[in-house]
Structures are given as C-alpha cells and as structure tokens.
Design a protein around this ligand. Structure first.
Ligand code: TYD
Length: 207
C-alpha cells in the first residue's frame, strides 16, 4: 500500500483558514481523492478533551511550558491513533494546524524556543507533512477584515502584540523549512487565494 500524503494548514487567527480548508475538501471530493480531515489540537476523543482544557479561558494561569506540553500530548495521541494509520492505509490526511502552530505560538511567541518544541514533539517527527500551506495574512489585516471581533478563546484574547509575534514565528518557520512550507498570500480575494492553493496542491502532486 502506497503511503498517503499529509497536508497541513497553518496561519494566524482570521487568515481565512477554515473557509479555505472547506474549499480543499470540496476540491478533493470532486477529484475523487480518498482523504480524512482532522484538526489540532484535537482529532481523537482524548486529544479533543485536551483541546477543551488548553483553550479554556478559565485556565488563565497556565504556564507556557504546560501549554506547550498539552499541545504536544494531544499531538502524540493524534499521530499514533489517527494520522499514521490513515497515511499507512493510503489516505490523504488534511490537518488544520500541526507542529508549526507549536513552533510559532509556543516556540516563538511564548519564547520557549524552537528546539524545546521539537524535543517535546518527537511523535510529530514520525509523521512529517509532505506539504504545509501557510495562509499568509498579517494580523492587522486579518483583524481589520473581521471588524476587530474576537471569538474569545484563551489564545485569541491574547492581544495584538502576541499575534504579531505569532506571525513573526510563522515567517521564521517558512524560512527554516522552505521545501515543505508554501506561503500563500491571502491579501487578495478569496477566489484568488483558492486559485493559489489549488495550484500549490497540483504542483506538489497532491491532487
Ligand atoms: P482554533 O479555534 O482551532 O483556532 P483557529 O480557528 O485559528 O485554527 O484554536 C486553536 C488555537 O490553538 C489557536 O489559537 C492556535 C492555538 N495552537 C497553539 O497555540 N499551538 C498549537 O500547537 C496548536 C495546534 C494550536
């Protein structure tokens, strides 16, 4: 059985990631790609429970290390229980956020460092994405687009400085992994963004 392809989506809050993932889902369905769609933090029930805990606004005193380890724990379960078995059965796996979120948010923006994040995410090394689409929209543009409204979970209420740091973290991720990470400029219309995504997936032989 040929191993399936692993595609991850990354981006700052408000970059239009959910909408574009919906588009890729429809594209795959239309082209007959055998795939699963999953997300991080989350996926299997255990990882979804960790998600609820890590995003809970009542956990305001959570340390950066605790946060990073919880994301890594959710990911370890996700990789072993869902992602690897799906890839091994030949399915394409689409994942909304993955290790690069930890590198940008916890490694860079929270200041834990990229090496620390890689060390605690050894499970992710067993399932490295074939391609990562970084939906590039700087936070100021994203917030202007959605009228400044926050949905209000624990990471989203962190303020503009934090989101600017996350964005800088993603640019660092793009610079470190140029073969894997494709930067998709999302400053145009959603149709323009779609066309760029479809072209990137085609170029990489995903669909
Ligand atoms: P979610 O509501 O899924 O955000 P979005 O719609 O922007 O993807 O919440 C996930 C939040 O968790 C988001 O703020 C990014 C953050 N996150 C990390 O900080 N580290 C990680 O490793 C992952 C996977 C997510």
């Amino acid at each position: 059985m040929k191993r399936g392809k692993f595609v991850t989506f990354e981006g700052c809050e408000g970059a239009g990631k959910s909408r574009q993932i919906q588009f890729v889902k429809e594209l795959f369905a239309a082209r007959g790609v055998d795939f699963i769609l999953t997300r991080e933090p989350g996926g299997p029930a255990i990882s979804e429970k960790i998600r609820a805990f890590v995003l809970d606004v009542n956990n305001a005193e959570m340390t950066a290390e605790c946060e990073a380890l919880l994301y890594a724990a959710a990911r370890a379960q996700h990789v072993k229980q869902l992602i690897l078995p799906a890839l091994e059965s030949g399915k394409t796996v689409l994942c909304d956020r993955y290790i690069d979120s930890s590198l940008a948010y916890q490694g860079y923006a929270r200041g834990l460092g990229m090496d620390y994040i890689r060390a605690i995410n050894a499970a992710a090394a067993e399932a490295l994405p074939d391609v990562t689409l970084f939906l590039d929209l700087p936070p100021a543009a994203a917030f202007a687009r959605k009228g400044g409204a926050d949905r209000g979970d624990r990471l989203e209420v962190s303020g503009m400085d934090f989101h600017e740091k996350v964005y800088a973290g993603y640019l660092e991720v793009c610079a470190r992994f140029p073969e894997r990470v494709v930067r998709i400029d999302c400053s145009g219309t959603k149709e323009e963004t779609r066309a760029k995504i479809a072209a990137a997936l085609q170029e990489r032989g995903i669909c």
